[in-house]
Design a protein around this ligand. Sequence first.
Ligand SMILES: Nc1ncnc2c1ncn2[C@@H]1O[C@H](COP(=O)(O)OP(=O)(O)OP(=O)(O)O)[C@@H](O)[C@H]1O
Ligand SMILES: [Mg+2]
Length: 290
Amino acid sequence: MNTLSINNLNLTYKNGFQAINNISLEIKNGMLGLLGPNGAGKSSLMKTIVGLQKPSSGNIFFNDIDVVKNPEFIKKNLGFLPQDFGVYPKISAYDLLDHIGVLKGITDNNIRKKQILNLFEKVNLSDFQDKEVHTFSGGMKQRFGVAQALLGDPKIIIVDEPTAGLDPEERNRFNILLNDISQDVIVILSTHLVEDVRNLCSEIAVMNHGQIIRKGEPKKLMAELENKIWSRSLDQNNLENFYTQYEVISRQLIERKHHITVFSEETPKDFMPVNPLLEHFYFYSLTQKP
Ligand SMILES: Nc1ncnc2c1ncn2[C@@H]1O[C@H](COP(=O)(O)OP(=O)(O)OP(=O)(O)O)[C@@H](O)[C@H]1O
Ligand SMILES: [Mg+2]
């Protein structure tokens, strides 16, 4: 069993903005879904875990090794798929993976070659390994990103919004791949797609304003909202009223008609009961103070 232990972590950027505000988290094998709105601090947290930036205070231990003090250790055991890759060098996909493999410490040429060919197979890029990555489509680049993240059999895999920009088929394939590998390692998946999280993650953490506001098993968290979620359609001009009267957790257009979903312990007048979804929990938790 692997354990990632984050204790009282803080990160303030040079401009004075505090992106991580006293986060403590313990993560074990399996997939943790990190959910949060734009600017919540998800990428900041992930970049700090992988050692791309140092925290202002607090510590991070991976299997009892202090990874802030020993960034080399986490690099060897880690697969990271960043939100944004930047530019690719003008070499073939194979050569790039080979180069990354060497950096990850896979020094044996035969072992490295075997792993690379195997990974290209896994992510469906075998036919393209001689092409340069900058010529790939968005989905192919993402799959290449997955291959480089899996190189070296990492014990912890961190993926930052991996399915953004993938078509539905690619997204499914990617999710199946992640699910397969998450049995024996820690996977942290950051995303806005609540549906992906519900299908894949044994645990979720909701992040907002640099803090983890809730954490737990999706089923248990949803159960908290049993008999407390209500919905109704309404006219646009009534909207204001509802916001002052009810604890509105979301508002949607369904077949071009406005619907609101509210949280209420009692049965609100003219509302229909709704089975709680993870999405409801997510929106509800964002309305709560940590
Ligand atoms: N290098 C930086 N310097 C200053 N502020 C930063 C820096 N990087 C991020 N921030 C700020 O920190 C906050 C958190 O950003 P972060 O990228 O971690 O959010 P996120 O949860 O990953 O958002 P998204 O869902 O949009 O990817 C934002 O307000 C952002 O503007
Ligand atoms: Mg981000």
